[in-house]
Write a protein that binds this ligand. Structure first.
Ligand SMILES: *Cc1c(COP(=O)(O)O)cnc(C)c1O
Ligand SMILES: [Zn+2]
Length: 407
């Protein structure tokens, strides 16, 4: 049995019961009525102890007390490594930097945490087909875990979806509808299709149970850094579910008495698409005037989890910050060359945010920082090529190599 007690609306506080297809608050609607899942924490405290955790498998199902499932599958998701990056720390001007490498998840992004929970919930609800509209990692991870579970997946992508991600979707056996229109049109068509055909709609940002999957990264940070907490955790922000989930995971570990420390959250957005950062600082934001960013995974003009994302950072005593696309490309290069990690633009955004926060005196030079590397760089080869430049073309002659090296 899951320990979910109920769901509470972050907007009006209304409480609703756990139900297979519950999504948003009936009173507030899908735009504002984002729900938060609550658990019987007293019961969780009894069984989720350090002793018990020591014997559990190294994947995110180890936190089953805090997941919205009666039975957890055993798919390998989560427990991504945290690596020290001393040379990158030096470059950014901070005493210590650790990177949590989410690119090592099954489909190479952080979204596996959410999608694996989504697919498990769909199976439990008796779904026969799962669908979503997305261009990016949410769709590819959904298709990947649907394949693992043997559940047919239908994905609606907009005309502009990047080729590598479409290839990944097709390889996982999903039916991919490339809608000859915008993302909004693909999203609407997906909703209509789900209503008409009874498919399980894995709405990426508003489904409260998916945030519970993202939360496991916060639970893991608490466990992996148990005796050695970071002062800051840096996270890139699009819809805001990732940072809200990490904040919730860390708080729940405190509530269970498993850790006694707090860490500040640094929310990082691309300057060309920073509605959450602007809301955090009380600045007006004209959605249609936002120029956008090359970091496609966080190129989100209407963040679906704005309230949760702002609150999580505020509650942690943290900050939001904006970085330019140039700074994101530089962070991709530095993360590769100084830490050996290939980050997609949205992942390198967290690293760019650390550099910027140190420069502005938000993060002190003697601080210990953990940055979330949310997705692998192979997801977006065009951006990587822009960041890294071209190889040296030469004829097959040693003197050419020597000439180059002596330059
Ligand atoms: C989705 C995503 C994010 C941001 O997560 P949100 O929940 O949209 O804030 C960051 N990085 C990568 C690689 C992502 O795919
Ligand atoms: Zn409500």
């Amino acid at each position: 049995m899951s320990l979910v007690t109920d769901l509470v609306c972050v907007c009006c506080g209304r409480v609703s019961a756990d139900a297979p297809l519950r999504c948003t608050c009936e009173a507030c609607g899908p735009a504002r009525g984002i729900l938060d899942v609550r658990y019987d924490m007293a019961a969780a405290r009894k069984t989720m102890t350090w002793e018990a955790l020591a014997d559990r498998p190294l994947n995110h199902w180890r936190y089953r007390e805090l997941l919205p499932l009666d039975d957890c599958p055993d798919w390998p998701v989560g427990w991504s490594p945290i690596v020290e990056a001393p040379r990158l720390a030096g470059e950014l001007g901070v005493r210590r930097l650790r990177l949590k490498d989410e690119g090592r998840n099954g489909t190479a992004s952080f979204k596996d945490r959410a999608s694996s929970v989504g697919v498990a919930r769909a199976l439990a609800a008796g779904a026969t087909t799962i669908a979503c509209a997305s261009t990016g990692n949410a769709a590819t991870s959904l298709a990947g875990y649907a394949a693992v579970a043997g559940l047919p997946a239908v994905i609606f992508v907009p005309r502009t979806a990047p080729a590598p991600k479409i290839a990944q979707l097709l390889i996982y056996g999903a039916t991919v509808f490339r809608v000859q229109d915008s993302y909004a049109a693909a999203y609407d068509l997906c909703s209509q299709a789900c209503d008409s055909f009874g498919w399980y709609n894995r709405n990426c940002a508003i489904n409260p149970y998916l945030v519970e999957g993202k939360k496991t990264a916060g639970l893991e940070i608490a466990e992996q850094c148990r005796d050695d907490p970071p002062d800051w955790v840096a996270v890139s922000v699009g819809d805001g579910c990732t940072i809200a989930g990490i904040g919730k995971g860390l708080e729940q570990m405190r509530e269970l008495g498993l850790i006694g420390w707090r860490t500040r959250l640094l929310g990082v957005q691309a300057a060309g698409m920073a509605p959450v950062a602007k809301a955090f600082h009380g600045e007006a934001c004209e959605v249609n005037a936002l120029p956008g960013t090359l970091a496609d995974s966080i190129n989100v003009a209407v963040p679906r989890n704005l309230d949760k994302a702002v609150r999580a950072v505020r509650a942690s005593g943290g900050r939001y910050i904006e970085v330019s696309d140039q700074a994101i490309l530089a962070a991709m290069r530095d993360t590769g060359r100084l830490a050996g990690l290939f980050a997609e633009p949205a992942a390198a955004t967290a690293v760019a945010g650390v550099r910027c926060a140190v420069r502005h005196g938000i993060i002190a030079p003697d601080a210990s920082v953990l940055a979330m590397i949310t997705g692998n760089g192979l997801k977006d080869i065009d951006a990587a090529s822009r960041a890294a430049g071209a190889p040296v073309d030469i004829p097959p002659r040693l003197e050419e190599v020597r000439r180059y090296c002596e330059q």
